[in-house]
Design a protein around this ligand. Sequence first.
Ligand SMILES: [Zn+2]
Ligand SMILES: [Zn+2]
Length: 285
Amino acid sequence: MIDIYGGYVYKKNIDWSVLHQGISIPVTIQKKFIKQASNYLDRGQSKPINLILNGKTYKAKLVNQLFNQEKYGDRADIVQIRYVPTSDIAVELRMIFNRSYQFLKQQREIDRESGRRRAISLPDDINESIAIYITDYPDTYVLECFNANDYNAIRQSIINIQEQDFEYSIDYNIVDENATIEQKILLTKVRRLNRAIGECLKELYEYRCQICGTNISYRYGISIAESHHIIPFIKSLNNNANNQIIVCPNHHRIIHKAEPEFKKEKLMFIYSNGFEEKIKMNRHL
Ligand SMILES: [Zn+2]
Ligand SMILES: [Zn+2]
């Protein structure tokens, strides 16, 4: 069994490129991806990698793209997982993410006929995403998919759960007594992904609270930082990094009890008694 629990994760919403050519790795996590590949990749180099999806191994390439360095000298590396549209992995992904694929295909046909060029994004009701985990094996990554059906099933299985209880269940292995086996597997997957993204964020903030800037448990050699969903997960099913904020247990309790409004453009919580609290630390929102 390949251990993905400690693996850094990257989550991406589905677009045309994922279904045909590959995935660009954001600058912030490139080092971890390349380090995982057994040798560092220079610009212009590529190497074969294994992608494991639902227990099956697919071949792909990890590429450090060559670009015009005279023109864009100080640009960061462009690291991508690449495959061709006819590859087994691309075919499989188009099957899994059929809702997105059909929608995007239709939109592209409309654009082609009208000669319009634009970036097509998926409507809110087609919520599909893919997560990539680094494994302990060199050049081997695990892909986990969440398609529209999965999200419907997740929504069904958390319909009677309070947000705070769901967040608590992410950090502790809660038994979903009333869930079907399929729902249990999905809930395990969604919690693991949520936890992985949350843990990366905690590391980014050195386990400090983004609101008050403190890490009160530091001197005890432990961490009690928690991850909070800005828009409740039970409503949004959104565990992307930009919907998570790292908080101390005190602030977390206060937020759930007082339910302040979060103003993203001001990075501020506004409470119903008029109190405004700006967050002290921000590197990801
Ligand atoms: Zn705090
Ligand atoms: Zn919370």
